[in-house]
Every structure is written in structure tokens, then in C-alpha cells.
Design a binder for this molecule. Structure first.
Ligand code: ATP
Ligand code: MG
Length: 765
């Protein structure tokens, strides 16, 4: 009979509800920004749990960032309470990959204590290998090869799989050998890189069908957010898990030696077997996978993402239900109208309809502002933020948490950070490991790594002579050679060499001291609180003293950072779990609980939303980025435009776009040309700030290439000819109003209530 729908379903529109309640079989939700895709996924998990369809440990849910995973977990918690406890398989592809590898490390040729290398380590390692081959590492830069390896791994390639042409193109044809040498070296180090977190589980699943079968039985529901940005390796990984062999319920044993056995899963697993058996008799091949995505937000093509995965979904999963959501719940009509108009300049879209009912007469239009340079841009943004913070006539004030600055390139952040520090305005950087990238933090982490993972030679090398201990290149090379020859970690080699006459007395004594320190700290690892151990390490190694004696302006800040590092460790049970966290961390969250402005790149803003969004730096060469322009062709530029679409659609109520006329890029001042994307915004929804007092007097400055006031820009031409932004700031804005972008403005769509902004392209899917 009809019972009343549970609370968590009541707010959904019919399409959303269909997507939530179609729990069995494959489902693809294809819909534009802010239509509730992520909300559907969250509610779907709540529904699965609340109706007893699966236990938390039987749900595999993939999000794009760790932050998104945490948010999803807490939202499910709100919907279904404690049932969410122990959703061990909710995370990013990488964090789930780590978990799989820790469980089955031996099947991937590793020990479960393996280290995850960051880019720095990888580059240092590759450099050594290139030099060991007798190649010139200036001609064949390690960084280039690291990128190539990353690209291969995104495609799921091992050394044997890479195309002949690729292999030949690097290091006089030694590409494949080097790749193999790199993999061998990782294995010796008991380490893997980020790409391996995907590739090794794929290989393991292929080589050990019994292990794969365990996970087939285990995962009853698979859910994937941001599906448009999965790369080939991630896609292969998903396919392996989502496609059950036909006769699995006949052949796969219900228990077995390889059954994963962590305690949190144990009860759920016992009944998983029973439930599975019941289900599989009826429908042996049921694949309950639900992917949600938006082709217009595919922004990781440069990192190997394949938007085609969306197009292939129905082919891969026959009988898939494809559900479309059309109502945007996030943004005002002005913001949505702006986004839709902008993205309509891309070709080859799947085409979607989007409308909003969110339109009030007092909604502000999208604001476009001009500034002289990035310092002024930061100052003006800071002022706007301070204004928003003050209570208005209704005594409402905006929280800093509700504001975000989304930059195209991370170098843009510094100016805002500096400014906010000056203003005493709280901010946090999201998405980039900024904090952990600092030199002193990296050094500290290297110490921790050698303590927790004694075979971690890269970490050992980083700090063996930091602070300076008279252990120069020669000593380190000696250690290296011994370690290689004997196949032992460098720390062991050091232990041996100090017992011989091979080193001069001074370095020998110094190295002996290092070895003794590390052995002592390693012994303390299991019985000393890890934060205490960290302080002991900083003291006894002389690392804190090094910065205390440093006269540079940064030294006090570095000491502060080290303290902050210890504070941040408190949140973790052990040094090992902290190291793992840092290796994975994409969200450098400081002041997480304080009210603070969010600063991040456009790429890491995906999926998020804020009351007020600032988009600085809309200039040719920065946004769209020079790289995409150099490429020629349409695809790079279209990806930039999708990125702009992502940026615009993060805003709920207020959107401020900025461009500057002079910018320092890689240390050089350059005059700039306003972004072509500005010309692609619809007049009806956008207001350009006329030259206010602070921006006046730069007559003609915004078109330096043509105005000629700023010689640096001579010869640079806006390929789109006259821009309506040429003379912003000179007060003559209205004269240049009628340019192509505006001409096509949707003048008849000013009252935006309940209207389609959509471009229904021919594809009409
Ligand atoms: P993006 O493409 O940017 O990731 P999305 O499609 O995942 O967006 P959500 O983040 O899930 O969209 O939803 C956007 C906003 O709309 C959220 O604040 C969400 O809570 C709200 N929302 C979604 N569905 C509804 C609904 N049925 N009623 C009210 N609010 C909703
Ligand atoms: Mg989303």
C-alpha cells in the first residue's frame, strides 16, 4: 500500500526522486550545474541505507576530492543518523586505491607499509635514473618524463603497454627502459606514486580474479560523482568492479583466504554473503552503478580525463536508465543566464536545458570590474569583502565562509593572501597543498618518513644534511652506491659505513649521530605520543635550532609553521596515519572552523557553491590560459570555457568578475588584453562597473596592445578585434557597447523567471 515518503525524499523534484529510487541496475544522471546531482547521490545512499538494501560497508562511493567525501558523509549522517558510521569505501579514487593496496600490498609487489611519493620525490628519483643511464638530464628533464609517466598511468599503461612512438620519443629511445627502471626502483623503495594508486589495483584485479570476486560480492552499490572527469584508468577500475562475470554465483566461493577482513566490515560481510546469494539467484548480473556528471564541466582533459566515458555509459551498461535534471536550485537567473550564454559558445555539447525559479527583482546582476594591476585587484576585492561583512540596513551580514575567490592559476593567490593578511581578514586556501608544500614542512615530513618508513631513501636524502652536518655530495654518493650494491636502504648503508674507515673522522662522527638518532626515534615510535615524538625529533636533530639561528625574514614564520604542523598532527592517531593523510591531502585546510574567505583554483572549486564568488584575472593569456591558446585548435580553448562555466556556476547570489590591465607573469610586467570570455557574457545579465573613482584616469589603458600607452603590449592583438572592454575605465564604455557578444545578448530575456536558458544542440540526447 501507499505509505508516506520518508523525510529525505520529500524535498526532491520528480526526476531527482526517480534517480534516487531507481536503486537497481545502471543509472546515469546527466545534468547541468547546480541541478542537484550530488544531492541525488547523497540521498540515494541515505535511501539504500534506510531501506536496508545494503550495509554501509557494501557501498562504494567515489567523489572527486577528499573534502567532497567528508561533506557527503556528514550530509548522509544528517539524513539517516548513525547508519552512516563506517562507510569505509566513500572517498576519492586515490584514497580508495590506497585502501585496496594496503590490504593486498603483497599482490602488487609491495609491503603494506609502502610510501606514497609526491611529485618532488618522483622527480628526484627520475633524475637519478636519467643520470645513472649516462644521459644529460638537461636535455631530458626529469619533470618531462615524470609527466609522461603520469600520462601513461592515467591510461592504465605499464612499461610494456606504452606505444612504440611514445617510448622512442624520450631519452634516445630509452623511454620504456627508464619507465621500467623507475617501476623497479619504486618496488625496491617499497613506494608507489599517485598513478600507481589506480594502476596497481587494476593489475591486481586482473591477475587475481578471486580477489576481484570478493569485491564483486562486497560492493552492492557503486556511485560516482563528477563522472565527466574520470580518466581511462579510473574508468577501467570502475568497469572491473562494476561488471560481474556471468556465472559468479556458481563459481565464487562465499568465503576464502583472500576475503578482506578488517573488523569494521566483518558483520556486514557475513550477511553480504547471504544477501548476495539471494539476489544472485534472481538476477545474476545486476549492476547497481549510478554515475552523475555534466559534460560542460569536464575540466581535466589536460590530465587525461575522457568526457567520452559519459557517452559510452549506455553502451557499457545496457539497459541503463538515463535521467536528466533541468532545474537549477543554486543560482539566480542572472548568474545562470550568464553561465548558459557563455557555455553556448562551445561546440559539440550534449546539450541540456536549464532553468531556475530563483529570480527576484533585487537580485544583482553579474558585476564586471577593471583594475590597474593585481595589487589593486586584490585591494578592491578585499574592500568588497569588508563591505559585505558589515551589517546592512536589515542587520544582515555575510559570513566570510560564504565567499570564495577562484583563480585560474595558483600564483594569483599570493596577492590575495598578502592583502588579507594586511587587512587581518581570515582566509583559507583550499585544494592545493600549500601549507604542506612549504620547505620547512617538507623537511619535517622527511624526518617523520624516515622514522616511520626506514626504507624511504628519498626522505633520508632530503634531510641527511639538513641542517648542515658536513655530509656533502661525496658522502651521499658513497652511501648511495653502497645501498644500491647491497640492495639495502641508505640508512642501513650509513649504519655500516660508520663502522669502517671509509669516511673521514668528521663526517663519520656526524653520520653516526644521524643513524643513532633515527634508530632511537624509531624505537620510540610505538610508545611515545606522536606529537611529542615530533617535538623531540625537531629538537634533537637540530632542525628547530637551524631556523632559530637563521636571520632571514621568513625564519620566524617557519618556526610558527612547524608548531602548526605539530598541532595538525593531533588530529591523527599515529604518525603513520598522519603521513598517509599528508600524502593524500588535497585540501590544505587551515582555520577550518573559523569564519574565513575561501581561496582556491577554479579546478578545485568543482562541485562547491558559495553565496558570493570573485573571479579575478579574466585576461587573455591567463584566462583563457596561454597554454590553451598556444595549442591552437578548439579543444583547449573549449576546456577553458568550461572552466569559466564551472567558475560562474559556483555562485549562488553574487558574482564579481575582474580583469586587470597590467600583470606580472613569471617576474615580467605585461600589459594585458581583456579575456574574450568577457565578450561572451550576455548584456542582459551583466553590469560593467563604470570607471569609479579608484579606477578612473587610465584612459585607454585596458587595450594596451592597441592603445599603445604601455609599450610592453605592442604587437599583441586581441584576435576578436574591438572589445567592449577596451575603454572601460576611461568612461567611454557606452560607445563600445554594441560588439558581437552584446549584440547577441538576450535582450528579451530580462525577466528571467522560469525560462529556458538552454541551448538544445542537435545531439538532443
Ligand atoms: P555541480 O554540477 O556544480 O556539482 P550539482 O548538480 O551536484 O552541481 P548540488 O550541489 O547537488 O548540484 O545542488 C546544488 C544546490 O541545490 C545545493 O545547495 C542543493 O542543496 C540544492 N538543491 C538540490 N536539489 C534541491 C531540491 N530538490 N530542493 C531544494 N534545493 C535543492
Ligand atoms: Mg555536484
Amino acid at each position: 500500500g501507499q505509505t508516506q515518503a520518508p523525510d529525505y525524499l520529500s524535498g526532491l523534484n520528480p526526476e531527482q526522486r526517480l534517480a534516487v529510487e531507481t536503486t537497481e541496475g545502471p543509472v546515469l544522471v546527466l545534468a547541468g550545474a547546480g541541478t542537484g546531482k550530488t544531492r541525488v547521490l547523497t540521498t540515494r545512499i541515505a535511501h539504500i541505507l534506510a531501506t536496508g538494501r545494503a550495509y554501509p560497508s557494501q557501498i562504494l562511493a567515489v567523489t572527486f576530492t577528499n573534502k567532497a567525501a567528508r561533506e557527503m558523509k556528514s550530509r548522509i549522517g544528517v539524513l539517516v543518523g548513525e547508519a552512516v558510521e563506517g562507510m569505509p569505501w566513500l572517498g576519492t579514487f586515490h584514497s580508495i586505491g590506497v585502501k585496496l593496496l594496503r590490504r593486498h600490498a603483497e599482490l602488487a609487489g609491495l609491503k603494506s607499509s609502502f610510501t606514497i611519493l609526491d611529485t618532488d620525490d618522483v622527480i628526484r628519483l627520475i633524475k637519478q635514473l636519467i643520470q645513472a643511464e649516462g644521459l644529460d638530464d638537461k636535455r631530458w628533464p626529469a619533470r618531462t618524463f615524470a609527466n609522461m609517466i603520469d600520462g601513461w598511468k592515467n591510461k592504465g599503461y605499464g612499461p610494456k603497454d606504452i606505444p612504440e612512438g611514445d617510448a622512442r620519443s624520450f631519452a634516445n629511445g630509452k623511454g620504456r627502459e627508464l619507465f621500467q627502471a623507475y617501476q623497479d626502483r619504486l618496488q625496491t623503495l617499497n613506494a608507489c606514486d599517485f598513478g600507481d594508486l589506480l594502476c596497481l589495483p587494476i593489475r591486481m584485479f586482473r591477475e587475481h580474479p578471486d580477489v576481484l570476486a570478493e569485491y564483486h560480492r562486497k560492493f552492492k552499490y557503486i556511485l560516482v560523482d563528477e563522472y565527466q572527469d574520470t580518466n581511462t584508468a579510473q574508468y577501467m577500475w570502475l568497469r572491473l568492479l562494476a561488471q560481474r562475470p556471468k556465472s559468479r554465483h556458481d563459481t565464487a566461493p562465499q568465503g576464502g583466504a583472500n576475503r578482506p577482513s578488517d573488523r569494521s566490515d566483518a558483520p556486514a560481510q557475513a550477511s553480504a554473503g547471504r544477501r548476495d546469494a539471494a539476489v544472485s539467484e534472481k538476477e545474476p548480473q545486476q549492476i547497481n552503478i549510478c554515475c552523475v556528471g555534466d559534460d560542460d564541466q569536464s575540466i581535466y582533459g589536460w590530465r587525461g580525463a575522457e568526457v567520452d566515458n559519459i557517452l559510452r555509459f549506455e553502451k557499457d551498461f545496457p539497459g541503463a536508465a538515463v535521467i536528466r535534471l533541468e532545474r537549477n536550485y543554486r543560482s539566480t537567473a542572472h548568474i545562470l543566464g550568464t553561465a548558459s550564454h557563455l557555455i553556448a559558445h562551445n561546440e559539440g555539447r550534449l546539450g541540456k536545458t536549464l532553468f531556475t525559479e530563483h529570480a527576484r527583482p533585487d537580485d544583482s546582476k553579474v558585476m564586471v570590474h577593471a583594475a590597474w594591476d593585481s595589487e589593486e585587484e586584490a585591494r578592491a576585492v578585499g574592500e568588497t569583502i569588508e563591505q559585505l561583512q558589515r551589517p546592512d540596513e536589515n542587520n544582515r551580514r555575510h559570513n566570510l565562509n560564504d565567499m570564495a575567490i577562484l583563480v585560474r592559476a595558483s600564483f594569483q593567490m599570493r596577492e590575495f593572501e598578502d592583502r588579507f593578511v594586511t587587512l587581518g581578514l581570515n582566509y583559507r586556501v583550499i585544494g592545493g597543498p600549500r601549507f604542506y608544500e612549504r620547505q620547512e614542512i617538507r623537511d619535517a615530513m622527511a624526518y617523520f618518513r624516515v622514522v616511520a618508513q626506514p626504507a624511504d631513501d628519498l626522505a633520508f636524502e632530503r634531510i641527511v644534511n639538513t641542517p648542515k652536518r658536513g655530509l656533502g655530495e661525496t658522502t651521499i654518493r658513497q652511501l648511495h652506491d653502497i645501498a644500491r650494491a647491497r640492495g639495502v636502504p641508505m640508512l642501513n648503508a650509513a649504519e655500516d659505513i660508520v663502522e669502517t674507515e671509509e669516511l673521514k673522522p668528521k663526517p663519520r662522527a656526524s653520520l653516526r649521530n644521524v643513524v643513532e638518532n633515527f634508530r632511537r626515534w624509531q624505537k620510540m615510535l610505538d610508545n611515545t605520543p606522536h606529537t611529542e615524538l615530533a617535538e623531540i625529533i625537531f629538537e634533537e636533530s637540530g632542525y628547530t635550532d637551524m631556523w632559530k639561528n637563521d636571520r632571514s625574514a621568513e625564519a620566524p614564520g617557519r618556526l610558527e609553521n612547524l608548531k602548526e604542523l605539530i598541532r595538525s598532527m593531533e588530529e591523527y592517531e599515529s604518525l603513520r596515519s598522519f603521513l598517509e593523510h599528508v600524502a593524500l591531502v588535497m585540501d590544505a585546510e587551515q582555520n577550518a572552523e573559523q569564519d574565513a574567505v575561501n581561496i582556491m583554483t577554479l579546478h578545485s572549486a568543482k562541485g562547491l557553491e558559495f553565496e558570493t564568488v570573485f573571479l579575478p584575472g579574466w585576461e587573455e593569456g591567463l584566462f583563457p590560459h596561454q597554454r590553451s591558446l598556444d595549442e591552437g585548435g578548439r579543444s583547449g580553448l573549449e576546456e577553458e570555457r568550461r572552466l569559466a562555466y564551472v567558475g560562474v556556476t559556483r555562485a549562488k547570489r553574487n558574482l564579481h568578475i575582474w580583469f586587470v590591465s597590467n600583470r606580472r607573469i613569471h617576474g615580467l610586467w605585461q600589459s594585458t588584453i581583456p579575456s574574450r570570455f568577457l565578450d561572451e557574457l550576455p548584456e542582459a545579465h551583466v553590469e560593467v562597473e563604470e570607471s569609479g573613482s579608484s579606477y578612473g584616469g587610465y584612459g585607454g589603458a585596458f587595450a594596451p596592445g592597441r592603445g599603445g600607452n604601455y609599450g610592453g603590449g605592442a604587437g599583441r592583438q586581441n584576435p576578436y578585434g574591438a572589445s567592449r572592454f577596451d575603454n572601460v575605465g576611461s568612461g567611454s564604455f557606452s560607445n563600445t557597447y554594441a560588439t558581437p557578444g552584446w549584440a547577441r545578448a538576450q535582450a528579451n530575456k530580462t525577466s528571467a523567471t522560469d525560462r529556458n536558458w538552454g541551448t538544445r544542440s542537435g545531439a538532443g540526447v
